[in-house]
Design a protein around this ligand. Structure first.
Ligand SMILES: [Cu+2]
Length: 151
């Protein structure tokens, strides 16, 4: 093997490792989180459509300690996501939508391409609440956000 070929292989290996590291830790891939949450019947179900650029439901309430299911459908023409910066409960999601590889610093982050659907399960902590938002650049500022209150 020539020196040049060997160098190419090393470069490819490094790039592959870097891509894997980006997507790994906090979940932008399909089927992420504690999948056992999908084995129980949720205490409450919600459906939220994503539009360009808003969530059609921006406030939901759930009893403290409940397991909730939220089905998201992206009915817009551009990609959106469901993000929570920090979440004290447990979560899982399932979607066939391809990861978009951004915002992996968020605790919860499910990206949906136009037309795609995903379901997220959240075991909410004690009373309080969290803000959720779309982390695509500019969308949160444009008002694509909402709250989940735990009562
Ligand atoms: Cu968005």
């Amino acid at each position: 093997m020539s020196y040049r070929n060997a160098l190419s292989i090393i470069i490819v290996a490094v790039v592959t490792t870097a891509l894997t590291a980006c997507g790994a830790p906090s979940g932008n891939d399909a089927d992420t989180g504690d999948q056992s949450l999908f084995q129980a019947e949720p205490d409450a179900r919600f459906a939220i459509d994503m539009r360009d650029v808003r969530f059609d439901v921006s406030e939901i309430e759930a009893p403290a300690g409940a397991l909730i299911a939220i089905t998201f459908t992206n009915r817009g023409d551009i990609e959106h996501d469901f993000s929570i910066t920090e979440f004290a409960g447990t979560f899982a999601y399932r979607t066939a939508s391809a990861a978009h590889g951004r915002s992996t610093s968020r605790a919860v982050h499910m990206a949906l391409r136009p037309g795609d659907t995903g379901e997220i399960r959240l075991r909410v902590p004690d009373t309080g609440g969290v803000e959720f938002f779309c982390d695509v650049a500019g969308h949160r500022r444009a008002g694509m956000s909402g709250t989940i209150a735990f009562r």
